[in-house]
Design a protein around this ligand. Structure first.
Ligand SMILES: Cc1cc2nc3c(=O)[nH]c(=O)nc-3n(C[C@H](O)[C@H](O)[C@H](O)COP(=O)(O)OP(=O)(O)OC[C@H]3O[C@@H](n4cnc5c(N)ncnc54)[C@H](O)[C@@H]3O)c2cc1C
Length: 544
């Protein structure tokens, strides 16, 4: 494919060693590490402020499913000690405040530009540099391009006719406005019951005149079990900082939860029931990470837990038809990303709330006044689209990335992402994408942080050894990608429709977008690369 001509030189162009894209938790850390290592660096961000996910997803009820202190940065003990999280699972406002605090504490804001979406990034083979254009009409030349653009940063709307014709207000949870939305006395529709939908529903139910929930697939929701962090717990967190870092920095999923040492049927019925009750009351993801060891591998074990959950749903939701609709039938626990909830099932006991099963009555169109399904039209003042994201590759494929010979990233990845360590792809030298596809799974900042540390160490190594071009060996990429694809067949999500495989986006290739081998494999391979003197990266000097 012939390369299109470079854009004309821009007099305002500036040149940096490292250009970071994205002001989420990964990009902020990458900027900090690059500057700390002595590189000149700039960060550009499409949004108007710091936070990434926590800038865009400001819908009522948005909050962590990871424990706050395990999600925040660990690189500075001082930062850890001075920031007291208020809740075990912080809400969006507190998280956004935290990330802004980090940026100001480490004086990073002056290196950041907001309202600057990258629209084109071309590798110039002659100079070995990236020429980057942003939507605010500026250009930058960078030695290294680090796209920390997130895996859940491109909101997805379902392809329903008439969506643009709706005369009321409509919002996507992942593009929520900064001015508060007034739900008081409004007839509201929420479309989607994934992790965001189930957070927003109980948060607004008290305000609305009526709330209609459109559900395509029910999910195995379990209680988040959030609570304020007491003074005593704050003191303990400080005292045990080193121990906590050790656990988080080595845990396969980046959580603190201790693993269980028993399989489901090791326990007699009564003890198993007591364990299930204990799980139901335990925090967030521990229902996966501290559960019986065979939960995800033995169908009978999974079915026993699902039976317990179905009974819980029936005991909370008074209307048996609604309860039944809320119980998943098409997948088992853990095959989808499990949402964690506060007051979600209880919301359906409010007579203002009704549930539409899109499996039975598909959505036909959005009209000027509401939503039409197979059984008629319902009128609304507000529609909330909680319909997810183009996961994994969405942002990278939309950035206008062109590598050697002008090859387009979205074409190179037409059959799914091809990566080494979820960090680089062959033919796109000096481009890294920590926190992108194929990284790992679990508590995101922990393995995204591992990747940022690795990228920074790689850049330092190249600088110290007189190299300036870092380009993964196609064979290493082939091996890593094949390993991910093989492992995906053993993933709990393999046989089901799941955004982990991109199946929520029409036409997207069905490829696993996480790292099926997990964080330990990532550690191991990174260490191997370092030990071999970065052999998998053909380090060279650019011709210029
Ligand atoms: C509602 C919600 C709740 C979540 N809760 C958790 C949780 O509890 N625990 C957990 O581990 N993970 C959670 N996640 C996943 C979450 O995305 C990650 O934890 C984390 O935010 C990833 O950080 P990041 O910096 O890699 O990406 P992001 O936070 O997504 O930041 C990427 C940034 O890049 C910017 N960007 C993208 N493309 C461009 C471009 N072309 N030009 C300029 N800028 C661009 C975006 O605007 C965005 O600000 C949640 C996600 C959502 C949506």
């Amino acid at each position: 494919m012939a390369a299109a001509p470079d854009p004309p030189p821009d007099p305002r162009r500036s040149e940096v060693d490292v250009l970071v894209v994205g002001a989420g938790i990964t990009g902020i850390y990458q900027l900090y590490r690059a500057l700390d290592a002595g590189f000149s660096a700039v960060l550009v961000e499409a949004g108007g402020g710091v936070g990434g996910t926590w800038y865009w997803n400001r819908y009522p009820g948005a909050r962590f499913d990871s424990e706050s202190y395990t999600y925040g940065y660990l690189f500075s003990r001082e930062l850890f000690e001075e920031w007291e999280w208020q809740e075990h699972f912080a809400g969006q406002p507190e998280i956004e405040r935290y990330l802004n605090h980090v940026v100001d504490k480490f004086d990073l804001r002056r290196h950041m530009r907001f309202g600057a979406p990258v629209t084109s990034a071309r590798f110039d083979e002659a100079s070995g540099r990236w020429d980057v254009v942003t939507g605010d009409g500026r250009s930058l030349r960078a030695g290294y391009l680090v796209a920390a653009t997130g895996v859940l940063s491109v909101p997805h709307f379902p392809d329903v006719p008439g969506r643009g014709d709706f005369a009321g207000e409509q919002y996507h949870t992942g593009l929520w406005p900064s001015a508060p939305v007034d739900f008081a006395g409004k007839r509201v529709a929420v479309v989607g019951t994934g992790s965001s939908g189930v957070q927003v529903i109980p948060a607004i139910v008290g305000d609305v005149a009526s709330l209609t929930v459109y559900q395509r697939t029910p999910n195995w929701c379990t209680p988040l079990n959030n609570a304020p962090i007491t003074g005593e717990e704050q003191a303990q967190l400080r005292a045990r900082f080193d121990e906590m870092c050790e656990t988080l920095n080595t845990s396969p999923s980046g959580f603190l939860h201790p693993a269980c040492d028993r399989a489901t049927f090791d326990d007699p019925d009564e003890e198993r029931l007591a364990f299930y009750e204990h799980m139901w009351r335990s925090p967030g993801f521990s229902k996966l990470t501290s559960h019986y060891t065979d939960l995800l591998f033995d169908p009978a074990a999974n079915a026993a837990w699902c039976e317990f959950l179905a009974a819980k749903i029936r005991s909370i939701v008074r209307d048996p038809v609604t309860a039944d609709r809320l119980i998943p039938k098409s997948h088992r626990f853990g095959e989808h990303r499990p949402p964690f909830v506060t007051g979600y099932f209880e919301a359906y006991n409010d007579p203002k709330v009704s549930l539409v099963d899109l499996g039975q009555t598909p959505m036909l169109q959005v009209t000027t006044t509401g939503i039409e399904t197979a059984d008629g039209v319902r009128g609304f003042d507000i529609i909330v689209w909680a319909t997810g994201f183009d996961f994994g590759t969405g942002a990278l494929n939309r950035m206008g990335i062109r590598g050697r010979r002008g090859i387009a990233l979205e074409e190179y990845w037409a059959d799914g992402p091809r990566t080494f360590l979820g960090l680089q792809t062959a033919g796109f030298p000096n481009l890294f994408f920590p926190g992108g596809p194929h990284a790992a799974a679990g508590n995101n900042p922990r393995y995204n942080g591992d990747q940022v540390d690795f990228v920074t160490a790689t850049l330092v190594y190249a600088r110290d050894h007189g190299f300036d071009t870092i380009e993964v060996d196609p064979e290493a990429e082939e091996e890593w990608t094949a390993m991910i694809d093989r492992g995906a067949m053993r993933s709990p999500s393999f046989g089901v429709a799941s955004y982990y495989f991109g199946t929520n986006i029409p036409g997207k290739p069905r490829k696993y977008l996480l790292n099926s081998a997990g964080r330990p494999k990532l550690f191991k391979e990174m260490a191997k690369v370092v030990d071999s003197g970065y052999k998998a990266f053909g380090l060279t000097r650019s011709p210029a």
